[in-house]
Ligand binder design. Structure first.
Ligand code: CIR
Length: 284
């Protein structure tokens, strides 16, 4: 992948750029990761997950320096580092994770972010009631959309607003319709969101009032393809066998002169994970 933001991107396309990424190795305990939404015919294969994760990390590495922290065996879901911190610029809120079995994963993330010079704020110190998973937080550059889900509550949103004072935080009530906001919608660039066709996509778009807020959006039939990593103009999408979604996304990416890569994440999808959840992107 290319490290530089493409110079020929379409004039309607604005992108934030990143200088590094943080990931974490898949633990052997990953086979016991929480699984609520996915319907699996096969159990998770840790060996396959390790290979898929290596490919993911290599892809990130070809664009920016990427740390891969050691696995945390006592936390089966700890590969999903996105949930542990919300980082904007040089400030990070270290989240109080919404599922009890995951609380504690954030400790080493706090340390590493501090070592990198990021100022950290502990959510559970700022509010004893707050919970939040980073997967519920979508930052577009103009808005911080926060899904209110089974993992993220209003007190969590309030902490984000307190720390990121100058950014407009928007609540997106989700209930139990999806694990996280970013399980449904992510962004192709700072003004273009990607959401699934059908009732869930309609609902979320309506809750976000994206058109009133000046966003355009791309709708894809396969919800799994709506979870995109956008790293300096390199778009990573899950390698799902929906030809229509692939074609529509390819065309949207080409219109903006971005670059598209498909990555197999079958083992992560078996425990409700996708692509954004396996990294924290930083601009330091
Ligand atoms: C969980 O239920 O917490 C994990 N099995 C999946 C977390 C995925 N995280 C994300 O999409 N940000």
């Amino acid at each position: 992948m290319d490290s530089a933001v493409p110079s020929n991107i379409s004039p309607t396309c604005t992108l934030r750029s990143y200088t590094m990424a943080v990931t974490r190795q898949v633990p052997q305990s990953f086979a016991k990761a929480i699984c609520k939404h996915a319907q699996n015919e096969e159990p998770i294969s840790v060996d396959v997950a390790l290979k898929q994760h290596d490919i993911y990390v290599d892809k990130l590495r070809s664009a920016v320096p990427t740390l891969c922290l050691p696995a945390l065996e006592s936390f089966p879901d700890s590969v999903f580092v996105e949930d542990t911190a919300v980082v904007i610029g040089t400030k990070a809120v270290i989240t109080h994770l919404g599922h009890r079995s995951r609380q504690g994963e954030e400790e080493s993330i706090r340390k590493i972010l501090q070592q990198l010079g990021v100022q950290t704020f502990d959510m559970n110190v700022l509010s004893t009631k707050a919970v939040c998973d980073g997967g519920d937080v979508l930052f577009t550059g103009r808005h911080l959309f926060v899904g209110l889900s089974e993992r993220t509550n209003h007190a969590g949103l309030d902490v984000l607003q307190e720390v990121f004072k100058n950014i407009k935080v928007v609540a997106v009530p989700l209930g139990d319709k999806a694990l996280h906001l970013k399980s449904v919608v992510t962004s192709l660039d700072d003004n273009t969101l990607v959401a699934p066709t059908g009732a869930l996509g309609d609902f979320v778009i309506q809750q976000m009032r994206v058109e009133d807020r000046g966003y355009s959006f791309v709708r894809l039939p396969d919800p799994r393809m709506c979870n995109l990593v956008n790293l300096n103009g390199n778009i990573l999408a899950q390698d799902v066998p929906c030809h229509l979604s692939r074609d529509l996304l390819r065309r949207a990416v080409e219109r903006k002169n971005l670059r598209l890569y498909f990555i197999d994440t079958s083992e992560f999808a078996k425990c409700d994970g996708a692509l954004t959840c396996c990294s924290i992107l930083l601009n330091l």
